[in-house]
Design a protein around this ligand. Sequence first.
Ligand code: SAH
Length: 339
Amino acid sequence: MNIYGLTYEDLENLFLEIGSKKFHGNQLFSWLYEKRIQSYDEVTNIKKELISEVSNKYSIDRLKIVSVEKDIDVCKYLFELSDGEHIEAVLMRHDYGNSVCVSSQVGCNMGCRFCESGRRKKVRNLETYEMVLQILEIEEELGERISHVVVMGIGEPFDNYDNLIKFFKIINHPKGLAIGARHITVSTCGVVPKIKEFSELDMQVNLAISLHAPNNEIRNNLMPINKAYPLEVLIPCLKEYIKKTNRRLTFEYILLKDINDTVECAEELSKLVKGMNCYINLIPYNETNNLNFMRSNTVQIMRFYDILKKNRVNVTIRREFGSKISAACGQLRSKKEGV
Ligand code: SAH
């Protein structure tokens, strides 16, 4: 077990459990996230015996950065975990701040046909501390604050729900990394029961849905999850989410040449989301060597965009950051492991 997997409250309780005082939890939290200690030896205001009890239960080990690929406004980090597995995280520099895209699992079981991570099966869930440390390590390597987080790296976050929520609590805590909930976004391929649970969550974290198709026929071919939760189940669940939380939803829509980028698809998509408080983020596909899908060309992308606009759908085209440095979901890990 690792100390970076504990929330503020968990740390307070830990000190109570070992027969001490709650306020030491506050102190240790501050050593971890404000003073950024590398070892328990650096803690000066908590008795040695207490710290030694904590260290017997929880390691303070960090993640190992095995490679960093840098471009002007993007850096891609490959981490090695304590069991030798690899995960990736991407830093993107925006004019509004630094955002990090974190991984939530080693591999992924959702099997989306166009996705490099889905090509390889899930090995395991990430522990909470492994998500927290992706951000901490990048902040330190960079020497700058991370203001935004998106959970859009390797894995299906709603297939690792409990660890995910603890991760949100830790990075959101004002005495921790203090990343505002409205600056955190989680993306799911559409795990309906977890979307329902997420609607009840008492935190303002944003939700993004990987839609990628305007009908079941195309979506079934691209995303196996659609067979479990087809659009007639997913869409009402999302409408319920919007009603309950009063928040705007994001739909991600990768444009795949001749598969989901036609005029008919654009019209059908406009109808599907009509009346929903949402916006659509069109994503130029990042081609990967191992899969045969092709990106739509600029003319097709603009045509699709224009139809949505004409139908008064809120739409943006995602700015591309990582296409030169293997930054599409799972590509760096595959390159490193040679599979
Ligand atoms: N499992 C979650 C989050 C991880 S993937 C989900 O499905 O939402 C994050 C986003 O990247 C998803 O929308 C996914 O469909 C998309 N994606 C995967 N491979 C891609 C590629 N090669 N190019 C562009 N986007 C990709």
